[in-house]
Design a binder for this molecule. Structure first.
Ligand SMILES: [Zn+2]
Length: 209
């Protein structure tokens, strides 16, 4: 997970292809209901391909993907949550792709555990799906931040919490959903699938208690 090298630059079309792959998978799995969620792939140090506001993620095409400046002026078709993607790219050069989903277990558990400020994932074999984790004998504290409609302020809080948390593959926003990332769109897809499995397992376990 902690990788210090910067990602290889991609063309806009290559990056958009990664965005579409993430979005379609999330759409098929019902993780992005009612045009929610957003996906991005880094193009280079200064640019990222990002889903445009309001696009239907399950039917995403290249026309629904915009080229955004990581630290520049806001793109007119950028979604309200663009700062939550762009600030991650600005802070961590090893991040090549970011996925944001509103899956049911992530949304429910984030709200139930908001007061603790984190959700612990521990002892599951599938934790090894996260880059850099080689054993199930690990406790991963996934930060939970309170939701905020001011996404610039929220992005700043997220970075503060992630600095304190150390290396984690994602975080939760209370009552809202999950952000996860990886070195490539392929890694971000694996991380979405792992989070969905782990959070579904945790939720079912909580309900059985
Ligand atoms: Zn959202």
């Amino acid at each position: 997970m902690p990788k210090t090298t910067a990602c290889e630059p991609l063309s806009f079309t290559e990056a958009a292809r990664g965005v579409i792959a993430m979005a379609r998978l999330a759409g098929e799995r019902h993780w992005v209901p009612a045009t929610s969620g957003n996906f991005s792939v880094r193009i280079d140090q200064a640019h990222a391909a990002l889903t445009a506001t309001g696009a239907d993620k399950a039917r995403l095409t290249e026309a629904d993907v915009i080229e955004a400046e990581i630290s520049g002026a806001k793109h007119p078709r950028a979604s309200a949550e663009a700062p939550l993607h762009l600030m991650r790219y600005a802070v961590d050069p090893a991040i090549g792709a970011i996925a944001h989903i509103h899956s049911l277990p992530a949304t429910i558990l984030s709200r139930a555990h908001e007061r603790a400020g984190f959700f612990r994932l521990e002892g599951w074999e599938l934790l090894k799906a996260f880059s850099g984790i080689r054993t199930h004998e690990v406790a991963l504290d996934i930060p939970i931040v309170p939701n905020d409609q001011d996404t610039d302020r929220l992005a700043a809080l997220v970075e503060e919490r992630l600095r304190e948390a150390g290396p984690v593959p994602g975080y939760l926003i209370s009552g809202h959903g999950l952000y996860t990332w990886g070195a490539s769109a392929k890694d971000a897809i694996r991380h979405m699938e792992a989070f969905d499995f782990l959070l579904t397992a945790e939720l079912q376990q909580e309900r059985a208690r």
